[in-house]
Design a protein around this ligand. Sequence first.
Ligand code: C5P
Length: 218
Amino acid sequence: MSVPILTIDGPSGAGKGTVSRLIAQKLGWHYLDSGAIYRALAIAITEKGLAIDEIDAIVNTAEDMDLVFQCDTKRHITLDGHDITEQLSFESTGNTASKIAAIPEIRAELLQKQQHYKQSPGLVADGRDMGTVVFPEAQYKVFLTASALTRAKRRYKQLKEKGIDANLSEITADIQERDQRDSEREFSPLIPAKGAVYIDSSDMSIDQVVEEMLSLVQ
Ligand code: C5P
């Protein structure tokens, strides 16, 4: 029996994480946060003191990585037995993740890890290349975006709520730099999958986005 898949690709801050989790919950499907896999690898190599150009060592680290996603009342992610939930959301983690994500050997190593999440009764897969490369066979594909300023404001609010000091113009510049690197890289660039439904969430609430996506699947 084929497993239904909804892929949600788009730039960071478009609301993919929140929306994907809600949809997975509503449908009772599994959820793949592929960005967290790249981020976890970024943490693992930083802890080992590896440089971005030590590709073989990074690939080996990716191969050995024991990553566990747990979800009770809150989400907990452990890497090789230790909790990395907080570190995952650091800006520095996202930046390192985006640099290693441009390296084809690393993407190839992480491909199967991601494809293992395709399990019954269904999967919501959130990332940059879910509909184009990892699950090209998916029945439902969405490209979710929002303006850079909207995304920066959302990120700013999130950081402030966590008590982390933040600067809106720095966050906007950071988002633009990451968008450019993710969209212009040679391997698996961030582009809408063929046939993907395009949703701009700049002026939409989370509930509106969720409703629109659910109407595609149901
Ligand atoms: O989505 P998130 O911000 O957690 O992803 C962190 C980085 O990982 C992105 O900037 C992107 O470079 C990379 N990534 C990717 N492909 C994915 C998911 C994330 O290249 N499917």
